[in-house]
Design a protein around this ligand. Sequence first.
Ligand SMILES: C[S@@+](CC[C@H](N)C(=O)[O-])C[C@H]1O[C@@H](n2cnc3c(N)ncnc32)[C@H](O)[C@@H]1O
Length: 226
Amino acid sequence: MEPDRPLSYRALRTEDGSPTLVHPLFGEAYSSCHGAWMQANELYLKLTQTHQHPAPRVLEIGFGLGVNFRAALENCLQRGVFLEFLSYEFLPVSREVLASVEVPLSTQARRVWEELLTNWPTSFEAPLVLQGAWGRLGVCFEDVLGAKFPARWASAVYLDPFSPEVNPEPWQLPVLQQLFTAMQPGGYLATYSVAGQIRRSLQAVGFCVDKVPGVGKRAWTKARRP
Ligand SMILES: C[S@@+](CC[C@H](N)C(=O)[O-])C[C@H]1O[C@@H](n2cnc3c(N)ncnc32)[C@H](O)[C@@H]1O
């Protein structure tokens, strides 16, 4: 896979002041226009209970700009718990693009993020693995459609592709089935989409699905593996 230097990303300041980018091909922003940092913390970190889990294992669909990873990292460092974060990304951005999207981080978290930037590949043939006393991050540069997730592994799933309208593949039933299998019983999945078809599909593969009030947006989806 080649890095994406020829593509040009449009910068967007979201409502909480944190930045995001608009993807040149998908035509959508990587994070909510109501707040990139807000969404990472309120939707993904908190709705999945990752913020209070003693040993969180996060499985993410769409590493994107690493905003959700940084929110989980910051929280786990503050709590002194070991974070395991496994993310999938089939169209990785270049190091320069990744570095251009800054979010508020403590010195400790910034150190980990800078280590990630230093080790971010220029060709994406092998997964990126980063580990330290803070935890372990794996980023697999592959399409989730063919991915083999570890079984009963995740305490939380962050389902964060672009919208089902422009990026339907990762929302399909076989992927959701794999995500269910990858999750520990009692684990939570969160996503910004409340599309009826997505909620029905999550239910069909075994999740207990709730539509919950969102921030900036009327609703979000929270699902639990019983
Ligand atoms: C909304 S962005 C994710 C934002 C990210 N979670 C963050 O915190 O910055 C969606 C990401 O999903 C990735 N993606 C979409 N379809 C995918 C697929 N089939 N396999 C792997 N990654 C995919 C896109 O390339 C994009 O980077």
